[in-house]
Design a protein around this ligand. Structure first.
Ligand SMILES: [Zn+2]
Length: 268
């Protein structure tokens, strides 16, 4: 199988090249991906080790337990859970969260401090979870660096290359730019995940609107979030329209913010 796979590769790459740049269908997550789920798990594990050297994972079991519970709760509303998801808070004041391949989600303390309530935090996390569910990371990396390099990272023993790529993509000064189609899809699926889980998706909207006005007031303050997730008026409008289409329901997790307040208090 290994040899066959390798022999077929140039041909597959050729085909992929023909189709690259194709639009993301926001309602379907099973798009074409050269990296297998197993390979992505391995790549994700390597990246995670590296990321946790570059960031400080907050040493507070109560905070980590909270972020993990919130993440796992949201996973129940996701379409597909192929990875062993991990959710960790990292010490960083910029308002951001990020997903690396293989379902490892990181939430900056700056995001937890800035969110108004648990639902707003859930909104950003639902967005990130769906970058992982739809496997945007490996798709984007394949487009940017090519399949051969990614496979080399998975199979090879090249820690410095892993470190370099992890830093340039997901590190503090990193720049992981998803396509506009991927951002739209993560929003779309994120709203759906919130709705199914029992969080009011309006929380995503109110947080995006807040970020948008913060960005207008001081454009330099949110660089990281905006570089990896360009927040356009059109994006906000789409989220609004999607929410308007949802049948009314009661959101059992959007009422109680006592735990969120407690966690926020620990960070201040
Ligand atoms: Zn995004």
């Amino acid at each position: 199988m290994g040899r066959m796979r390798r022999l077929l590769l140039p041909f597959i790459l050729f085909l992929a090249g023909l189709g690259s740049g194709c639009a993301v269908n926001q309602t379907a997550i099973s798009g074409f991906n050269l990296i297998s789920v197993e390979d992505e798990k391995q790549l994700g594990a390597k990246f995670a080790l590296e990321i946790e050297k570059q960031y400080t994972v907050v040493n507070d079991p109560e905070l980590q337990g909270y972020v993990d519970r919130l993440g796992k709760r949201l996973l129940a509303g996701a379409r597909e859970v192929e990875f062993d998801y991990t959710f960790k808070a990292v010490k960083d004041d910029s308002v951001n969260a990020f997903a690396i391949p293989g379902g490892h989600i990181y939430v900056n303390t700056g995001l937890i401090k800035t969110a108004q309530n648990e639902t707003e935090l859930a909104g950003v996390m639902a967005h990130e979870i769906n970058h992982a569910v739809a496997r945007h990371g490996t798709r984007q990396l394949t487009q940017q660096y090519g399949y051969a390099l990614l496979l080399q990272l998975v199979l090879g023993d090249n820690p410095s290359l892993v470190a370099q790529l992890a830093a340039s993509m997901f590190g503090k000064a990193g720049f992981m730019a998803y396509s506009r189609g991927m951002e739209t899809q993560a929003d779309y699926l994120g709203v759906e995940t919130m709705y199914r889980t029992g969080y009011n998706p309006e929380g995503m909207l109110t947080f995006f609107e807040k970020l948008d006005s913060m960005h207008k007031e001081s454009p330099g303050g949110l660089t990281q979030f905006f570089s990896s997730h360009p927040l356009t008026g059109e994006r906000i409008q789409r989220v609004k329209e999607e929410i308007a289409k949802l049948p009314p329901r009661s959101y059992q997790f959007s009422g109680d913010n006592s735990e969120f307040r407690k966690i926020q208090g620990r960070l201040r």
